[in-house]
Design a binder for this molecule. Structure first.
Ligand code: ARG
Ligand code: ZN
Length: 466
């Protein structure tokens, strides 16, 4: 969630986004059959992700020196070739690669913008697993998103705030950086003693030797690369297990501790409340990362452990927690469908208010609907924001939530919550598209809903009737 909505149009990104829809951007990879493509085919971010293989597991071993801002890493990816592969790409921005091996043998590699192009000594057979090891180092720098936000590895005064939506994973590890490709992760993170390095999933162990501490984290359930984190700082940490057996790990910058404490205390009850509405919490680990990163301007639902740029309010905690079901467990196949993440997480906030003594979802809806036709809320339809510049704008969050409220009104509470639970449960650990959501809603309710979704998701301007 974004505290202040800043929109800084970047003409080049917009241009890339439109041209990418029509034609492959990089001519070198059009040789049919045997080379992986440099993008996953997403018109909003044509070079995010890659074609030709599917990563199953990332094993990231990283060492970071916050004072010198230097990262040393080895990434070992286990991937399956989806076609015969003589060459393939990984996404990587900046950093220096010193060595690449494929199944233990030295591979040729080249850098081409934000692509790392790997040529294995022999073609990889379609359907077979192969292992790529990339050794690299350098000073990681965030990329700037089309909306002007920093994205990826964002240095702070005592470490780094690490959040990669939509394209920042490539700033700190070689990735298949599109949510179409989900994988499990192991992290081995070494930082100077006194610092804590926090990634996703369960803490396997930590060890201090020679003035450095190594933290080992494991994310077992499939995760999109943009949801990976390795946030580093001088944090206060806390560990406990909830009544439901979820392993919680919190890390909090001391400067945010006082403001964060009363909100973080509510995490178990928020997850329980959301589990009642959306079905069982999809992961074995949970927690919060509260950094002090005044230049970031947003929070991100990093899997199992959302990262906040400052102490969150309760609404933000509810929002990022709801993303664990909607966005993290059930992932996008295209950034255009971003309302499936943001509209749902925003509607979770409305529901939380309704069930905890605040305004009802209907009242929130009515207040939004009262905004005049010229308001930013109606600037573009949430089902098709048009480019990466508009992914995190008000229409996606607020009108996306309004679409869900309109659905609830049309089908009634019983079917509405059945739809949400069936969506989360049926696609747990996988993917979903808007069309699939509409189909599910129609199946469960027995109603024709195409018109309702057309109005709320796709019609330009303010819809006529609320
Ligand atoms: N998905 C995040 C949230 O709503 C917002 C991320 C914003 N990122 C960005 N690059 N603008 O919780
Ligand atoms: Zn969100």
């Amino acid at each position: 969630r974004t505290a202040v909505l800043a929109t800084v149009p970047v003409a080049l990104a917009a241009l890339l986004a439109t041209t990418g829809a029509a034609a492959p951007l990089v001519a070198r990879s059009t040789a049919p059959g045997t080379t992986g493509s440099p993008g996953a085919g997403d018109p909003y971010f044509p070079l995010s992700g890659n074609g030709g293989y599917d990563v199953r597991h990332y094993d990231l071993t990283l060492r970071y020196d916050p004072a010198g801002r230097r990262l040393d890493g080895t990434a070992v990816l286990t991937a399956r070739a989806t076609r015969r592969l003589t060459r393939f790409d990984l996404d990587l921005s900046g950093l220096t690669v010193t060595r690449v091996t494929v199944d233990g043998r030295t591979a040729r590699f080249a850098r081409d913008g934000r692509e790392l192009v790997v040529t294995p000594p022999a073609a990889r057979a379609k359907g077979r697993d192969f292992r790529v090891a990339v050794t690299y180092h350098g000073t990681p720098e965030p990329v700037t998103d089309p909306d002007g936000s920093p994205d990826g590895w964002i240095p702070t005064d005592d470490g780094a705030f690490v959040a990669g939506q939509p394209q920042g994973a490539m700033t700190w590890f070689p990735a298949n950086g599109h949510p179409k490709d989900k994988a499990s992760y192991d992290f081995t993170l070494t930082v100077p003693r006194g610092h804590t390095a926090v990634a996703n999933g369960v803490l396997l162990g930590q060890r201090t030797a020679h003035g450095r501490t190594t933290f080992r984290w494991r994310q077992t359930e499939p995760m999109a690369a943009y949801l990976a984190t390795a946030t580093i700082g001088r944090f206060r940490t806390e560990r406990y297990t909830t009544r439901d057996g979820i392993q919680v790990f919190n890390a909090v910058d001391p400067r945010e501790a006082r403001a964060a404490a009363p909100v973080l205390k509510k995490l178990p009850s928020v997850l329980e409340w959301e589990s009642r509405l959306f079905g069982p919490y999809p992961f074995r680990a949970a927690g919060s990362l509260v950094d002090h990163a005044p230049d970031v301007g947003y929070a991100l639902e990093t899997q199992t452990r959302p990262v906040y740029d400052s102490a969150p309010d309760l609404g933000t905690l509810v929002h990022e927690s709801a993303h664990q079901w909607f966005g993290d467990s059930v992932s996008l196949t295209a950034w255009r469908d971003i309302w499936l993440n943001e509209g749902f997480a925003t509607y979770a906030e409305w529901l939380h208010s309704e069930q905890h003594g605040g305004p009802s979802a209907q009242q929130t809806f009515d207040a939004r609907y009262a905004r005049p036709a010229g308001d930013a809320l109606w600037a573009y339809p949430p089902g098709d924001p048009g480019s990466g510049e508009h992914l995190f704008g008000t229409p996606v969050y607020e009108r996306g939530a309004m679409a869900l409220h309109a659905l609830r009104r049309a089908v009634g509470d019983r079917d509405f919550f059945r739809i949400l639970r069936a969506w989360a449960d049926g696609r747990r650990g996988g993917h979903g598209t808007t069309a699939q959501f509409v189909t599910l809603a129609e199946r469960i309710s027995g109603k024709r809903l195409a018109g309702l979704f057309r109005t709320w998701l796709y019609a330009p301007g303010k819809p006529d009737r609320a």
